[in-house]
Write a protein that binds this ligand. Structure first.
Ligand SMILES: CC(C)(COP(=O)(O)OP(=O)(O)OC[C@H]1O[C@@H](n2cnc3c(N)ncnc32)[C@H](O)[C@@H]1OP(=O)(O)O)[C@@H](O)C(=O)NCCC(=O)NCCS
Length: 241
């Protein structure tokens, strides 16, 4: 596939924000290119392509293929040869020692969307979630949400309650993904903004997690059927590289 053609296609998916760029990939649009994107993967990654669920396979090929393309341009290496490392909590990164030009990056996927965030100077975590009217949200909230988050959520009803549930979840996930330690941090130990009408932010956090106080949360798009959240944290205190 010609790089210029791909870049042209990608320009429709790209949005530029303060300190980071975001690629929102709609799988139906990328489906015709999946065979070619597979060729961007390393031999090892091709072996890891999920086989059972079609949407999961497509998310994998599209997300990993486009990420490799984006990074290959910046570090000047063929996409297939890029050697990702993972931190102890499985967050992929490129070593700054081996690739000083490498940006920070993170992927999220849900159903037919893949989100890729790229930041030059700060560790980044992205999360995208569809608002699904599932029955068990209150049970999940009782287990994983802080007291103040639960208090707000339990006062809501109908779609507003679902929206708040996912708004909280998405912020928590973007934050732990930027931080790099995944769910080991304990989702219930910190609070984020529960009201989707207000800007995302960290409200309180354990004193030992000072990085949470320096995290910047953003909702890059209007909340409709899905919610996207981006979190940026200073790189020197994160666990991603
Ligand atoms: C990775 C994690 C932080 C979030 O995963 P998730 O929300 O399920 O999935 P997302 O699509 O947002 O992100 C997956 C991507 O994050 C990246 N990732 C993996 N581990 C990561 C980590 N520790 N930190 C940051 N990013 C990570 C990977 O690139 C992964 O994509 P890949 O599998 O195609 O390589 C992980 O902790 C997890 O397992 N979460 C489960 C969340 C859960 O229980 N949800 C219940 C909903 S009600």
């Amino acid at each position: 596939m010609k790089a210029e053609f791909l870049d042209d296609f990608l320009s429709h998916a790209k949005s530029q924000h303060h300190g980071y760029e975001l690629y929102t990939l709609e799988l139906p649009e990328w489906r015709p290119l999946l065979m070619e994107l597979t060729e961007f993967l390393s031999a090892e990654e091709k072996d890891q392509i999920p086989k059972k669920i079609v949407s999961v396979r497509e998310q994998f090929i599209c997300g990993h293929g486009i990420l490799r393309h984006l990074l290959s341009q910046r570090i000047n290496r063929p996409p297939q040869t890029i050697d990702f490392k993972t931190n102890p909590w499985s967050k992929p990164y490129l070593s700054k020692t081996d690739h000083p030009q490498s940006p920070y990056f993170n992927i999220s996927h849900d159903k037919d969307k893949v989100l890729i965030g790229v930041s030059e100077n700060r560790e980044i975590g992205v999360d995208i979630m569809y608002i699904e009217e599932k029955r068990d949200i209150l049970e999940i909230a009782k287990r994983y949400y802080s007291k103040s988050e639960q208090d707000f959520l339990f006062r809501q009803s109908g779609f507003e309650q679902y929206k708040s549930f996912y708004y909280i979840f998405c912020q928590k996930e973007a934050l732990i993904k930027a931080h790099g330690q995944g769910l080991s941090l304990g989702l219930e130990k910190f609070s984020v903004e529960p009201d989707p009408a207000k800007k995302p932010r960290v409200i309180d956090y354990p004193p030992q997690e000072q990085l949470f106080g320096r995290a910047v949360l953003e909702a890059p798009f209007e909340i409709t059927k899905s919610i996207a959240i981006v979190c940026l944290v200073p790189p020197d205190q994160s666990n991603g590289s």
